[in-house]
Design a protein around this ligand. Structure first.
Ligand SMILES: *[C@@H]1O[C@H](CO)[C@@H](O)[C@H](O)[C@H]1NC(C)=O
Length: 203
């Protein structure tokens, strides 16, 4: 306990100094985590889960704003939570579920199109207590791949259809096999009756 407390006391003034001179370490002082890549079928949906962290103390009203860019780091904005902006390409197909208390959220896109295949970058903006407005963004973003919808349909429908057809054919075959001896038996009985009737009428 002793050495760790001493270490904390030694580190504390250093971090305060770094804060006041605004020399932030982008690897540890703030960041955004989001999946490196995702893939979903055309016509399906996908959700990009993200979480963010920062070293600043928030203002009483932090006015959290989340934006999403596509293509590259400086690409066009497709979503802005405070502006309530949605790019026309994603009208009625995008929604953001924000869990501000957990510093995380989920951006979902549904009714996926082939053109949605792109890289998506989350961007966060907050009002801090002592350092004004701070904005930061994911550098690698999430690479979204849209797979072929037709392939999935073939895989799910194929075996089911085959099994149904085979089962029905087998049942019909069994029915024919059972029906045939009955017909032979009926014919034999009828023949016997006719023979006995003929023999009696003769004798
Ligand atoms: C959202 O839009 C507002 C108004 O244009 C802008 O000030 C803010 O920076 C945007 N949010 C992000 C996270 O870029």
């Amino acid at each position: 306990m002793g050495p760790s407390l001493l270490l904390s006391l030694l580190l504390l003034p250093a971090s305060l100094q770094a804060g006041s001179s605004k020399e932030y370490n982008p690897n540890t002082d703030f960041g955004i985590n989001q999946p490196a890549s995702l893939s979903a079928p055309e016509g399906g949906s996908t959700c990009i889960s993200f979480s963010y962290f920062h070293c600043w103390e928030l203002a009483k009203d932090p006015r959290l704003s989340i934006a999403v860019r596509r293509r590259d780091f400086h690409g066009e904005v497709i979503y802005n939570s405070t502006q309530r902006f949605i790019h026309k390409d994603y009208k009625n197909r995008i929604s953001l579920d924000l869990r501000e208390g957990q510093n995380s959220g989920t951006l979902c896109i549904w009714n996926l199109r082939k053109e949605d295949e792109n890289r998506y970058f989350c961007r966060v903006q907050v009002e801090t207590l002592r350092d004004g407005k701070q904005v930061w963004q994911s550098i690698p973003g999430t690479k979204l791949t849209i797979t072929d919808a037709a392939q999935m349909t073939t895989i799910t429908k194929g075996p089911t259809t085959t099994v149904t057809t085979t089962t029905r054919d087998m049942n019909m075959e069994t029915m024919v096999k059972v029906a045939l001896p009955i017909a032979v038996f009926k014919t034999a009985i009828l023949g016997l009756v006719v023979y006995l009737w003929w023999k009696r009428s003769k004798g």
